[in-house]
Design a protein around this ligand. Structure first.
Ligand code: FE2
Length: 266
């Protein structure tokens, strides 16, 4: 579902300016954590797996040269920031917990929503990588499944700079995989259904800045690399029903000091 002009472009600019401040304050020497869906570098990356209740910074594959230095500025090298800005940063909190969004979530039938995750996704020109086909319930799994994704275009997203792509109706197909922590502490992506990904029917979800794309946790989606010169920033929230069971072997866990909140202002 695409809701055009859901937030004012000024709000997008405010979020972008806040991200610039956060990245300015981030020391890239402190961490070399890469997020890549093609190489799955985040599997068993402790910095990643402990980021569910923090604000952490993840680089693009290819951000570093052979000597471990950044090939370009840190602002142009990041893949994303995650995963609790909506709870920890006042500017993100204000963007994420508006009465309008609370009403939208309520209209989708979620009676006890909890905002489990936030991500600021850069997909920067020239380096922003492909995101391979996946379902978000693979990573944000509840019993019964309740994950819904909210994807805000902060820049215009088009077929040229790597917009998202969906197959309308494919959210009715099975959940294929689950990301979980094994008893030995290792993280794996397990196949739970062999149904192949849709091979046709893909539709680009072009969205101008300020638009909101809402999609079901079982909706297969993907996006191409950003080979253009155009920035393609996006901000996502994932919401679950707090009445559903949240397994202890999900990758994303929160400390007791950061309980799962809905859309009430903090
Ligand atoms: Fe996704």
């Amino acid at each position: 579902m695409l809701l055009e002009d859901y937030v004012a472009v000024d709000e997008c600019r405010r979020l972008k300016a806040r991200v610039r401040e956060l990245v300015d304050a981030f020391d890239p020497q402190s961490v070399h954590s890469v997020f890549s869906t093609t190489r799955q570098t985040q599997l068993n990356d402790q910095y990643f797996y402990e980021s569910g209740d923090k604000i952490r910074f993840f680089f693009e594959d290819g951000a570093f040269d052979d000597n471990g230095g950044l090939c370009q500025s840190k602002h142009d090298s990041l893949n994303k920031i995650g995963h609790a800005m909506h709870d920890l940063d006042p500017v993100f909190e204000a963007f994420s917990r508006t009465p309008k969004l609370a009403r939208t979530v309520a209209s989708l039938g979620l009676t006890d929503p909890g905002v489990i995750q936030s991500m600021y996704i850069f997909k920067s020109p020239g380096i922003g990588g492909e995101v391979t086909c996946h379902q978000d319930s693979t990573f944000i799994y509840t019993e019964p499944e309740s994950c819904i994704g909210f994807w805000f275009a902060i820049d215009n997203a088009t077929g040229v700079n790597g917009c998202m792509n969906f197959v309308p109706g494919a959210h009715k197909t099975p959940l294929r995989q689950r990301n979980r922590r094994l008893a030995n502490g290792q993280f794996v992506i397990q196949t739970i259904d062999e149904t192949p990904w849709p091979s046709n029917g893909w539709v680009p979800a072009e969205a101008r800045a300020g638009s909101l794309v809402i999609f079901h946790g079982r909706m297969p989606h993907r996006s191409g690399p950003n080979n253009s010169a155009l920035s393609r920033h996006a901000y996502t929230l994932h919401v679950i029903d707090r009445q559903c069971h949240y397994p202890a072997d999900n990758w994303l866990q929160r400390g007791d000091d950061l309980p799962l909140r809905g859309f009430e202002q903090g």
